[in-house]
Design a protein around this ligand. Structure first.
Ligand SMILES: C[S@@+](CC[C@H](N)C(=O)[O-])C[C@H]1O[C@@H](n2cnc3c(N)ncnc32)[C@H](O)[C@@H]1O
Length: 292
């Protein structure tokens, strides 16, 4: 699998448009999404070791996590939330206002071309962003470049679809109605970075040290099969893209199939569907040993 691709502008344009379109759904389902992803943020932040005066960079911050949590933990520090999508960052700014968080700023930029000087940040986070970048090696080199020597990066990606029924239930039902081309490993895809050791390899190639990865279970909790389907169809990039290609009748058949299939996860008035994320941590060594 190669890490970089031709056609980066085309990928960035596609991602910018896709996430602008998804941003209202991410705001609508904010509480459910944040509850599902919270164990991942906790695991990432624990490894980053946030100090009260931390200078932190959150890449592909979207609607603001884990950057805003870091900002709350670093009252004398400062957090920069970056993303390709201004619309996603607008949601992040509204969430920050609602939480009373002020020690942050937002910057619209691509992960592989960061507008920051070398060695600016004590730590970097990338929660569920890696799989969408056009050039994963270039992006990783940028993260290493802007970290201070000794600074840490922690990112998270999704482990394979089989261990993520929270998306697979819906994708299998959509797949019975629509043809999907096989995923291109060089183009954005939710499971593009699923292979064990893949992101670790990118870190090591960028000169990062003390690289380790570990898996973190998550659970998507909704109040009913209907709510599960509404939420997945509206905010999951893979499902929303696949649904654009089906007509109304097929959409209804998919909805019926998904709501039937997800009943296996329903109990006590809740639907709890599991998933598995992988976190990857690394450290920028002292300047003399960097390869960026
Ligand atoms: C699944 S969301 C993750 C948002 C947030 N970190 C979270 O975990 O809730 C993926 C984000 O990656 C962003 N993204 C996609 N391509 C990007 C790129 N080249 N540079 C920076 N961000 C990008 C999207 O705009 C989107 O906000």
């Amino acid at each position: 699998m190669t890490a970089s691709v031709a056609g980066g502008d085309d990928i960035r344009d596609g991602q910018r448009a896709a996430w602008a379109g998804l941003s209202p759904a991410w705001e609508k389902w904010d509480a459910v999404i944040m509850d599902q992803m919270e164990p991942v943020s906790t695991a990432m932040i624990e490894r980053l070791g946030i100090a009260a005066d931390q200078r932190h960079l959150d890449i592909a911050a979207g609607t603001g996590e884990p950057g805003l949590t870091v900002a709350r933990l670093a009252p004398r520090g400062h957090v920069v939330l970056t993303d390709l999508s201004a619309e996603m960052l607008d949601v992040a700014a509204r969430r920050a206002r609602a939480q009373g968080v002020t020690n942050f700023e937002t910057a619209v930029c691509s992960a592989d071309d960061l507008p920051f000087a070398d060695a600016t940040f004590d730590s970097v986070s990338v929660r569920f962003g890696y799989m969408f970048f056009p050039d994963l090696a270039a992006a990783t080199a940028e993260f290493a470049r802007v970290l201070k020597p000794g600074g840490r990066i922690c990112s998270s990606v999704w482990v394979d679809p089989d261990r993520n029924p929270w998306t697979t239930i819906a994708m299998q039902a959509i797949g019975r109605e629509a043809e999907f081309p096989p995923p291109d490993p060089d183009r954005p895809n939710m499971y593009r970075c699923a292979a064990a050791g893949y992101v670790s390899g990118l870190y090591e190639a960028a000169g990062l040290r003390d690289v380790a990865e570990w898996d973190v279970p998550v659970e998507l909790v909704t109040r009913s099969p209907a709510e599960y389907w509404e939420m997945i169809g509206e905010h999951v990039s893979l499902a929303a893209a696949a649904l654009r290609g089906v007509d109304e009748a097929a959409r209804q058949r998919i909805a019926d199939a998904v709501t039937a299939d997800v009943r296996a996860y329903e109990s006590d008035g809740e639907v709890r569907v599991p998933g598995l994320a992988r976190c990857i941590v690394g450290t920028r060594p002292e300047a003399a040993t960097m390869r960026t």
